[in-house]
Design a protein. Structure first.
Length: 249
């Protein structure tokens, strides 16, 4: 079980300074703090983006329990507004960093100008374990109007094929559009939003960790209540998603 949360703010920070969480109904947000959910208190992955080359950028994750040892410096840092290809990500999925449930988690950024600063954090209930089975991929499209520093839900997706009646596990996701940063899945009745970094187009080389069961089970659904997608990006009105599914019933 995992979820994706984020921070984004356009600001000039001469020194490491907390940036604003992206509004999110799945976690408690107070000021610059995201409260760590008790159910998913482990950092398994993080990614940072600063749209500046003026000065040496830095992004750091800080919480009371991390300060007891030392904060996490997120590296590599993508220079730009979107990921250029296979995303540069701090990888900890098999050796997660535990946090204290309900403590505050902040993302700090340092840059050289008034630019977009962004940090994505994957939280999980433990180490990520791959899963397997007979996996099929289905394509769907959306027409969400993306807005900076906002998770925008797709509404009902348009599937390229009809899902046969039954129950499905989602075990992978690829999300594409010109100015998209990340996507996360909204399963009906689920508290969490498992997510992935996005690509620009079908030709974009993807990172296979998020496909074909490598990142475990994202969630389950019935064909009558398929999931929708929360998109994070800059300016966009047309998205493509590929869902890796196992039919379980």
């Amino acid at each position: 079980m995992f979820t994706l949360v984020g921070y984004e703010q356009t600001v000039s920070n001469a020194v490491l300074t907390a940036i604003t969480p992206i509004p999110d109904g799945t976690v408690a947000v107070t000021g610059n703090d995201i409260r760590v959910p008790v159910e998913v208190p482990n950092i398994v992955m993080a990614a940072a983006m600063i749209n500046s080359v003026v000065a040496t950028p830095r992004v750091q994750l800080v919480s009371p329990s991390l300060r007891a040892v030392f904060p996490i410096d997120v590296s590599p840092i993508t220079n730009g507004l979107v990921f250029p290809g296979p995303p540069g990500i701090l990888q900890m999925w098999d050796t997660p960093i535990p946090l204290a449930g309900l403590e505050s988690l902040d993302a700090l950024a340092q840059n050289g100008a008034a630019v977009v600063n962004r940090c994505l954090v994957w939280l999980a209930d433990g180490a990520i374990k791959p899963t397997g089975g007979k996996i099929y991929t289905i394509r769907a499209t959306a027409s969400a109007t993306l807005v900076t520093a906002t998770w925008v839900n797709s509404g009902a997706l348009t599937f390229a094929s009809t899902l046969p009646a039954g129950k499905y596990q989602m075990v992978g996701l690829r999300s594409l559009s010109a100015n998209q940063v990340a996507a996360r899945v909204f399963f009906v009745g689920y508290a969490w939003r498992p997510g992935v970094p996005a690509g620009a187009a079908d030709a974009t080389v993807e990172w296979p960790l998020f496909r074909w069961g490598n990142f475990g089970v994202f969630g389950e659904f019935l064909n009558t209540t398929p999931p929708t997608i929360d998109f994070l990006g800059v300016t966009d009105t047309a998205q493509i998603v590929y869902m890796d599914l196992i039919k379980t019933a």
